[in-house]
Design a protein around this ligand. Structure first.
Ligand SMILES: CC(C)(COP(=O)(O)OP(=O)(O)OC[C@H]1O[C@@H](n2cnc3c(N)ncnc32)[C@H](O)[C@@H]1OP(=O)(O)O)[C@@H](O)C(=O)NCCC(=O)NCCS
Length: 198
């Protein structure tokens, strides 16, 4: 029996089970199941996550997904992107759509999710993970090894499902997760995504 089969045999049917999966390996059913959870976890953005559209801005390249049976109960997306910080071009793993199903929030799934996001960032060999988070949720990331970039303004193209993507700027809420590969110091200056975020 493989390790995966042995672990599946000892799990209770509805115990959340995490996998990390490449975007190209997802089927239509997977996209629909992810979108259904994201629309519940982000009710203000539910209009993005319709049917099989399981992303709002940049489509990720890797997903960390937890399922209970067939139901998706936790999710994060990661995509490698070059950003410009000040005068420096820098590879980052953009992390987004981090969410736990509302009925399971506060049970520790979010922490497990971020540990697997760390592993995904290591797998992608990026020097930094990067994301934007609202003030209310920043303590969650800080507790799990993310660092707040003080005094940094980030510029990115707004999410759009149906029209022109305008440039928006945000002068707070940018967090980074130093990776385990050899990396430079985070450069000084504004953060230019030159496109959308995951
Ligand atoms: C943010 C979110 C992913 C956290 O997942 P979770 O399963 O609820 O988190 P956990 O149960 O693993 O909590 C881990 C720790 O972070 C803390 N935490 C979780 N959410 C927090 C929040 N919004 N603010 C402050 N601390 C928070 C918990 O208190 C817990 O700390 P403890 O172990 O000392 O009790 C989840 O609440 C969620 O999906 N929220 C809605 C979507 C969202 O805002 N996503 C973030 C987008 S940037």
């Amino acid at each position: 029996m493989t390790d995966q089969a042995a672990s599946a045999a000892t799990r209770t049917p509805y115990e959340p089970h995490f996998t990390t999966i490449a975007e190209g390996s997802l089927g239509l059913d997977d996209h629909e199941a992810i979108a259904a959870m994201l629309s519940r976890a982000f009710p203000d953005y539910a209009h993005w996550y319709q049917g099989p559209r399981s992303w709002a801005g940049m489509q990720p390249e890797l997903r960390v997904v937890a399922r209970s049976g067939e139901i998706v109960v936790a999710h994060a997306g990661v995509r490698r992107q070059f950003v410009t910080v000040g005068e420096t071009d820098l590879l980052v793993g953009c992390v987004g759509m981090v969410a736990v199903s509302p009925i399971l929030q506060g049970t520790g799934l979010g922490g497990q999710l971020l540990r697997l996001v760390d592993a995904a960032l290591d797998h992608l060999a990026v020097p930094f993970g990067a994301l934007e988070a609202a003030e209310r949720v920043q303590p969650f990331y800080l507790k799990h090894g993310w660092e707040l970039l003080e005094g940094v303004t980030g510029h990115y193209n707004d999410f759009t499902a149906d029209g022109a993507s305008t440039l928006v700027s945000s002068d707070s809420g940018w967090l980074i997760r130093p990776g385990n590969v050899v990396r430079p110091d985070w450069p000084a200056g504004d953060l230019h995504w030159n496109g959308q975020l995951v």
